[in-house]
Design a binder for this molecule. Structure first.
Ligand code: GAF
Length: 383
């Protein structure tokens, strides 16, 4: 990456910073409802090599063929003051500059940056939060800001909400910035706390498969915003600040007091927070094999109540279970993206191949299947 940086910008970078993508084990759309979620960072990372300049110019480049094809390729040039006007892939990075300047009155110098990533885009494993977070930790260090991680989470969310235009919560940035190797992080969005939970998958002979449906989503324009409004409607009718205040046992009592689809959204949120708590408890207790059926229940809830799954992902979940997965579900914001499956590591290659065959035979695109391992959050990479 240092060589590629030098080829693009004619000098060595000051350093390389990176952040992982994330998989959410359970607890979906709970973040903006004050609930619980249990994500982990994955062993696919977005790296940003950066060199400070002595003027106010910002130049950014990527080695991603896809991003180059979408945006016409080459180096994107802006100034610190115009960073907020960026479009295309570079807005995730330049949006960080814009938000830092506006929220923290940061007056750093310009920089050159090269991005390189093996986090797949549009799959539901938070490629955008990975880029934002790698940029945040890089600029935090280079500009000497000392911003706490919790505050970085909020700044990354602002990039999504205001620069990208996706009305997302803080799940992804929290996962990517707080992740630790071989741990999931139990996020409580009401208490604003994060607890590291050792996963113990390897010791238990387990692995997580990601099954990318190749159905792409866009949370700025897709159904994500509509679901968010429906959850807000449910909370308003129930007279609570967020759906976290509704107990699992009380959900059905609301059934005939709100539109049926709004009630279904509420039921998903309330039961998924309950599932996240139960999965965290089992994992904490050293019983990760037992979480499978809870993961699968989570999928049924997303498919039938939250209605953010798609047929290709339902087919992947069914195929994974038929092939012997312990549990499987849609992960991430939905309306496309990927399923995850909890499998015996020894069976993982066979199950992955059988899922790809079965999904293709059902008339969908052949999914791309890969395994992930819980990995370290955003950091400066060793030189
Ligand atoms: C997307 C969003 F960015 C998150 O904030 C979260 O709501 C997630 O969908 C669903 O759990 O990744």
């Amino acid at each position: 990456m240092r060589e590629a940086f030098a080829a693009a910008f004619g000098a060595e970078p000051d350093g390389i910073w990176s952040a992982p993508g994330r998989v959410n084990l359970i607890g979906e759309h709970t973040d903006y409802n004050g609930g619980l979620a249990l994500p982990f960072g994955i062993d696919r990372r977005t790296r940003v090599a950066v060199r400070l300049r002595d003027d106010d110019v910002v130049r950014v480049a990527t080695d991603s063929a896809q991003a180059q094809a979408d945006d016409g390729g080459g180096i994107v040039t802006a100034t610190l003051a115009t960073a907020g006007e960026a479009t295309g892939w570079s807005r995730y990075l330049l949006g960080v500059v814009h938000v830092l300047r506006r929220e923290r009155a940061v007056r750093g110098v310009g920089f050159d940056a090269l991005v390189s990533s093996d986090v797949p885009v549009g799959v539901g494993v938070s490629s955008s939060a990975a880029l934002e977070s790698a940029a945040l930790v890089a600029l935090d260090e280079l500009w000497g800001l000392g911003i706490p991680r919790g505050e970085m989470v909020r700044l990354g969310q602002l990039v999504e909400n205001e620069v990208v235009g996706a009305p997302t919560g803080t799940l992804d940035q929290s996962a990517v910035l707080l992740a630790e190797r071989d741990h999931a992080v139990l996020l409580d969005f009401r208490a604003d706390t994060a607890e590291q939970v050792p996963l113990g998958f390897e010791a238990a002979g387990l692995e997580i498969l990601v099954i990318d449906s190749l159905v792409r989503h866009d949370h700025a324009t897709g159904g994500y915003g509509e679901r968010r409004r429906e959850c807000e409607e449910a909370a308003r009718i129930a007279g609570v600040p967020t759906l976290r205040e509704i107990a699992v046992d009380d959900v059905e009592a609301w059934a005939d007091r709100m539109p049926a689809h709004v009630h279904r959204r509420m039921r998903h949120i309330v039961t998924d927070t309950d599932r996240a708590a139960r999965v965290a408890a089992l994992v904490r207790d050293g019983r990760p094999r037992e979480i499978g059926p809870i993961l699968t229940d989570g999928h049924v809830s997303q498919r039938d109540d939250f209605e953010d799954s798609v047929p290709a992902i339902d087919a992947a979940v069914e195929a994974a279970l038929a092939a012997g997965a312990l549990g499987a579900r849609l992960t991430g914001g939905g309306f496309g993206g990927a399923a995850i499956a909890l499998v015996d590591a020894a069976e993982s290659a066979r199950i992955g191949a059988e899922v790809a065959d079965a999904v293709e035979a059902a008339g969908h695109a052949r999914p791309v299947v890969f395994t992930v391992r819980a990995s370290q959050g955003a950091r400066r990479d060793p030189d």
